[in-house]
Every structure is written in structure tokens, then in C-alpha cells.
Design a protein around this ligand. Sequence first.
Ligand code: PLP
Length: 370
Amino acid sequence: MIHIAEPSLGPEELKNVVQAVQSGWISSQGEFIPQFERKFARYCGVQHGVATSNGTTALHLALEALGIGKGDEVIVPALTFIATANAVTYCGAEPVLVDSHPSYWCLDPDLIEASITKRTRAIIPVHLYGHPCDMEAISAIAARHRLYVIEDAAEAHGAGLRGRKVGSFGHVNCFSFYGNPIIPTGEGGMCLTGDQDLAQRMRILRDHGASPGRRYWHDVVGYNYRMTNLQAAVGCAQVDRLDGLIRQRRLVSGWYDAALRHVAESGVIRLPPRMPWAESVCWLYSILIEDTFGINRDNIIGELAGQGIETRPFFYPLHVMPPHFRDPSGFPVAAELSRKGLSLPSGANITEEAAARIAGCLTALRRQRN
Ligand SMILES: Cc1ncc(COP(=O)(O)O)c(C=O)c1O
């Protein structure tokens, strides 16, 4: 089976984990945690990193630290992994959905202002499948309306806009290090911020609200959202290799582009977006299968699986699922992307031959249907 996004774990990750085990520090104390926070924050050009147990807890921690709660509204894209909106719900606030941009699939800045009310407190742009949002436009809107920005960069480690890394634009920015993003730690997450007070508040909330100066004293209700030293040990080695892992993603993406160009020119598929201002990291090579040719995306998933190729449909848009149900005819772009979207294997193990074989299967499917 060619899997969708296999991680690349090598001798450095192993060495660090062995060192963590030998040190006896396997829970949430130990040298690798502050080291990982420093390394990753520095990589993104941000001052403070607060490692968490996963990307969802990072989002929740960011919202809580910014004081978002009951009665507040937070703008999120209609097309994202459900954790983005769930974290808003955990705070007692309401996620307000905004449709995707048709050209690059992330939150459409032109639709944001119409959704802002007196209760809006924040915007959470999501860099979907590795392609950045238009952070300059979103930051300008947020500044005009005095809103917080929390980037959800769970899928876009190392992506950038005009040389500036994602994760450095918002007030707090969140990453996931689950098993298959560009750099995984098994489970894990991180909040980045340039604001020292916010970083301190997140550290306190991450550790049951424990007072930093008084043992077993808790000023607020916090959480156990801590990362373990074992996860951070993997993370430290992964950050050192991040540029190389991104180069590999882009190489894979170039192989697919070349092999699928003809199918794209015939209008059967659309290749992944690449806006001129964006430096995508191509976390997943994600395409759209046009349904006008009688080719069904879900059948393609089944046929490729039969040939040992794991693919993934896009997320369901939030507004069709019970926890965040809205007007079913709303958010037409997100609905169309969700219906047509397919991600191909993009992990560190994909060779040029594998990309050609996968692209060949898609080309053959087109011929069968024509
Ligand atoms: C856009 C987005 N946000 C948040 C998350 C949540 O991250 P985690 O699974 O680490 O909680 C994910 C990934 O799963 C994601 O893709």
C-alpha cells in the first residue's frame, strides 16, 4: 500500500528518544520540551513557543488565553478539519462560518467583513493542505475591526507568504504534530506568539492553571494540555530536518504536476492551487476531480485503493455536519471543493516512479470513461 502521508523518521529521532528514555524524563518535564519550543518558534520567526498535547488543545489554549468565551463569535472557514470549529465551541463561543476562496481554497477574505458583528472577537484562518491563506488581507481586516487572529497552521509547517513564515502573522498561532503532518511527533501541538504575557498565560492554562511561584496553588481552572519529553525529542530532530522535508514535498508535487498536466489540460482535473504570493509546502497533493465528465471522485478512491494506493477525500464542509449545522445551501465553494477534492499520497516515501504510477492510474481512469 502507498500511504497518504508517511512520516520520515531517522536515526536522529531515534537517538533523541533513546536519550529521553535513558534520562528517565518521559513525561512533561525534560530538556527536549523547551528545546523544541525554542527551535520551532525560531524557525517560524516568532519569539515564544508553548508545546501542547495536540493541535486541538493548542487552538483551545490560544482561544482561552485570549479570553474568548460565552457570547463571543469567532470566524472560521467552512472547509477545514472540524477541530478548528470545535475549539471555539469548547470555549462556549460560536464559530461563524465563512466560505472558501475558489482559487486557493482557504478562507475568502472578501467574505469576512459581511460576517463580522458586534460579538466577533477573532478570526481563525486555516492554511489548508499546505497552501497559505492571504494573511495580509486577513490581518488588515482584523486590525480594522480590532479582532484577534489565530492562525491554524496544522497543515502548513514552513509555508510562507513573500518570505515570511505562516505561524508568525496572528496574535497566537497553532500547529499540530499528529502522525502525518510534515513534521509529526506522534501526537502534539504548539502555540506560537510574540507576546510574552500571552505565552505565560498559555503555560499556566496548559498546566492545570498552576501558579508558577506557589506549589499546588491554582488561580484559574486550567487543563492538562502538556506535551511529553518523548514527543519533543522527536520534534527536535524533525525541526532540524524541516527544510529538507519541505523540499521533498515540493519535489513530489512537481512530479505529479508534470505527470498530470495533460489530464488537467483536458479539464478532467484541477491541479493544486499556487498563488503567486504564496509559498505552499504541498503537505498533501490535492486535486479536484471535475464531475462533468461522469467520473465520480468516490469511485476513483475505491479504484485506486484496489491498486494499493491510499487517497483521501477532502473534509466535509462544517455546515453539513451535526455539530456545526447551518443552511445546507450556504457556502457553495466549500461544498463544491468537498465534493470534488482528492488528496494523493504525498509523504516522504513517494518516489518519482510511485508518483508516475499514481498519475498513470488517474490518466487511465480518464481514458476508460471517455
Ligand atoms: C486544520 C487542522 N486544525 C486542527 C487540527 C487538529 O490537530 P490534532 O489532530 O493534533 O488535534 C488538524 C489536524 O488534525 C487540522 O488539520
